[in-house]
Structures are given as C-alpha cells and as structure tokens.
Design a protein around this ligand. Sequence first.
Ligand code: KG4
Ligand code: ZN
Length: 336
Amino acid sequence: MMRILGIETSCDETSVAVVSSEPRILSNVIASQADLHARWGGVVPEVASRKHVERILPVLHEALDRASMGFSDVDGIAVTNRPGLVGALLVGVCAAKALAFSLSKPIVAVHHLAGHLYSGFLADPELQFPFVCLLVSGGHTELVWAQDHNNWLSLGSTRDDAAGECFDKCARLLGLPYPGGPHVDALAAQGDPASVPFPRAWLGDSLDFSFSGLKTAVARYVASGATTRMEDIAASLQAAIVEVLVAKTMQAARRTGAGTVLVAGGVAANRGLAAAMQAACRGEGLKLVIPPPELCTDNAAMIAAAAIHRFQEGSTDGLDFDTLAMDPLARSNASH
Ligand code: KG4
Ligand code: ZN
C-alpha cells in the first residue's frame, strides 16, 4: 500500500491531501479563496498566487496531521502542473519539487482535468474503464471516452464558454455573488424551469457545446426589465444548460457503446444536473457515477488519485517539468 501526497493550486483553492493506493482518502484539506475574489466577480490571478504562497505550508501540515503522518511516511508526491493559472500552479509545483528533492521521493505531474476524472474512482471503488466522462468545470466542458488509464478520446468540447463559466457569468448578470453556480442551483430548486424559454445550442450532430449565446440571451432578458421571479429565471437558465449536457452525454454513450457515465468537475455538484442525468441514465440502462460535491470542486485528493497508476507503473517524472496554462486532456477524433 502506497501513501501519496497530492497538491493542487491551479486556481483559487489551496489543497493538499493524502490518498492511499486502494484508493482511500486519508485527508483532503481545501482552503478556498472564493470569498477573497468575490468582490472582483472572478479570480484575480496575482491575488490567487500570493494567497497560495501564504497557505501552502499550513495546508500541507494540516493534511499530514489529519492523516496522522509525518513527511517520512509519504511514498510519492503528485502535483497539478497543467492547465491553470501559471503563477498559481507554480506555488504547488515548487512545494512539490522541494518535498520530492529533500525527501528523495518520486514525483508525478498531473493534468488538472485528469484529476477531476479520477475523482470518480474515489467516489465509487467499483468504477471501471471504459466509460464516458462529462467534465464540467469553471474552465472546461468536455466529453471524454476514457478507455483505460492511458487512452482517452475527446468526443466534444465547448467552442466558447465552459458550463461553469456560463453559470457564473449569468449569475453575475442576475446580481448573484461569485461563484454563481451554487446560487443558481439553490434558487432553481424553488423555480419553474419552463418559465423562460432560453435557447439551447445543439450544433447539429456535433458533441461540441456552446454556451455564449445563452449568456447573451440572459443579458438581453435582464435588460428587458422583465419582472419574473429570480427562482424561475434561475430554474430556466439551469434547465437550458442541463438539457444540452445530458442529451449530448447520452449521445456520446450511444456512439461509443459505453455502459457507464461519470460526471465530474465543479458543475457535477449541480443538483438539477444530477437529477436529470440520473433519469436519463436509468432510461438508457447506464451506470452513473457522480462524486459528492466536495470531490467535484477542486481538491488535492483527486490529484493524488490520478497519480496512483503512474507510481504503480513506475512512470514517474523528473524534477524538470514545467507548468502550462493550457494543455488538451485528450486527443480528439472528428469521426465520433
Ligand atoms: O472544478 P471547479 O471547482 O474549478 C475549475 O476547475 O474550474 O469548478 C468550479 C465551477 C464554478 O464555475 C462553479 O460555479 C461551478 O463549478 N459550480 C456549480 C455548482 N458548484 C460549483 N455550478 C452549478 N451548480 C453547482 N451546485
Ligand atoms: Zn477544476
């Protein structure tokens, strides 16, 4: 049994976790900066980097304490190095490299979205490849056909805004605090999803997504001075996002012949999406995995989980890897 220390600082969460190779979470400490960025209506990169510098060591010590471990009990270090805010990523990567060097432990650089995908294995120990994964976060919206640890195909992705970005930008137009996704979710639970017919971008047979038109429609709707209840607007907005996400995920499962669907990333915490996805998967006879909310949003346990097979295969990294602002998760195949 290995114990892996995971580090995540790609955006505005400073997180350190310890995960054993079963996989089992021994600790998962998450210090969110959301409150700090709320007054700006979005993440301010330089503010995020500075806060990571302040918090990384206390969060690291807390994660080891909660796992009742010392540095020498760590068997390997996993860290997010891409994609993300480079200044923010650098804080986690420098800490991870310093630990790996000084403790003489192996290190693995992890793709942030791979981390989201592996949150599925933490949520459900029975989860097995292959499966279709809908990755929906603040920065990404992508359908991935994950066949094994090393063979992932991108079936479609967003052509403009990510689903979480759409939730947040529309919420801002509605005067809700940042990040808006959870606020829309809470209001939508009390509203009528059929009250405002917001547009859905189907894009023909493509499994790509587009959410910028919806954002424009919400801006126009707000400017028109309509007096619809906020709950009803939120429910209608959420329905417009959820309907497209669910329909394209079902289409992806049909085209690949997948028997399992995983929904991961911050937006997977959305209750409307979970309910609609459950109903659709039941109808199609598909197994559905949605991690609990604390594993859907950014955390280091998922980063450690994504590295387990790499440590087991012995395919670890040197200390010379870089941070990257952008990097596609999977190769794409236009024939799907
Ligand atoms: O995965 P994540 O924590 O960070 C990124 O990698 O982007 O995702 C954050 C995104 C934000 O856009 C946030 O509004 C959205 O996930 N989110 C939600 C909910 N909880 C978080 N969106 C809709 N409903 C929720 N309950
Ligand atoms: Zn994320």
